[in-house]
Design a protein around this ligand. Structure first.
Ligand code: C2E
Ligand code: MG
Ligand code: MG
Ligand code: MG
Length: 283
């Protein structure tokens, strides 16, 4: 009998799972060091009005300037963060950096709306709205509507009541919310109705394929119609070509972001891009 119990215990030890957990812990430690060493940077991707191409804002996107591996996109390191304390620290850092930048643009007479991605864990962590209020107070003269928090539908799925309450509290401070990657998650009409958002961002996968795939085109048409029906702004993500931009313009989509307009850029390059941007060609 003792032998059987021993065998059962032995089976509970899964060396593969243990190895993964260890790798996860050491990666998280490395990310904590990177945070302390100031190795994270924000890039900014322009967001333009499709009618003429006027610049209306920028989405802040995090990068890791790794000393040996070079510039790493968020897909390389964000997956290690969910649920960690570092996720909250880094999220707060992004928020402050982006809001400081929005304030600098505002001081230059540029009303650029700055988008910041917020994870589910950040949104639902105790005190998020209080920290947001404190962040906004760094620049009391800047309209909070210049800050747009981008959340995924999945951020709300776990605890809809709590998510809606926090979003309402944040919105009462004056910030706006965008539903990111719309169409890839649950995209249920009841979520859209309940979530206090101002903007829908149509996921880039639909835009990328819409000229070749009639069903993706229909999804884009549908989401833009949905935005209109709910009085929300529609932003197309992943606009890679002039043809994408023109098709979206004809559909009545107001705003666009994508490599065809500009890639996410370090601040200095963003400013250089802005100085020479001529808008989108007509027709
Ligand atoms: P997202 O918020 O949906 O951001 C858009 C992503 O699409 C960015 O990838 C951007 O570089 C990319 N993109 C923009 N235009 C095009 C295009 O025309 N073609 C293609 N193929 N891609 C395009 P990135 O920077 O790698 O970020 C990936 C995701 O990581 C973001 O998706 C967002 O969910 C997350 N993320 C980025 N920065 C932060 C952050 O500061 N905090 C949090 N919580 N998440 C972030
Ligand atoms: Mg986003
Ligand atoms: Mg997106
Ligand atoms: Mg995304």
């Amino acid at each position: 009998q003792a032998k059987d119990a021993g065998r059962d215990r032995y089976q509970l030890f899964d060396p593969e799972a243990e190895r993964r957990a260890q790798a996860q812990r050491s990666e998280l430690q490395r990310l904590q060091q990177a945070y302390e060493a100031g190795e994270f940077v924000l890039f900014y991707q322009p967001k333009v009005e499709l009618a003429e191409g006027r610049l209306t804002g920028a989405e802040a996107l995090i990068r890791w300037q790794h000393p040996e591996r070079g510039l790493l996109p968020p897909g390389e390191f964000l997956p290690y963060l969910p649920g960690s304390a570092l996720e909250l620290l880094l999220g707060q850092w992004v928020l402050e950096q982006a809001w400081d930048q929005a304030a600098r643009w505002h001081a230059q007479g540029q009303a650029l709306c700055t988008g910041v991605n917020i994870s589910a864990h950040e949104l639902l962590a105790p005190g998020f709205a209080t920290r947001l209020a404190a962040t906004l107070a760094r620049h009391p003269g800047v309209p909070p509507a210049l800050l747009e928090l981008e959340v995924l539908e999945s951020a709300a799925i776990g605890d809809m009541t709590q998510a809606v309450a926090v979003m309402r509290e944040c919105r009462s401070l004056g910030v706006r919310f965008a539903l990111d990657d719309f169409g890839t998650g649950y995209s249920s009409l009841s979520y859209l109705r309940q979530l206090p958002v101002d903007v829908i961002k149509v996921d880039q996968s639909f835009i990328r394929n819409m000229l070749a795939s009639p069903s993706d085109l229909e999804i884009v048409v549908g989401v833009i119609g949905l935005a209109r029906a709910f009085h929300l702004e529609a932003v197309a993500e992943g606009v890679e070509t002039l043809e994408h931009a023109q098709t979206l313009r004809r559909m009545g989509c107001q705003l666009a972001q994508g490599y065809g307009i500009a890639r996410p850029l370090p601040l200095a390059s963003f400013e250089a891009w802005r100085a020479q941007w001529q808008g989108l060609p007509a027709a």
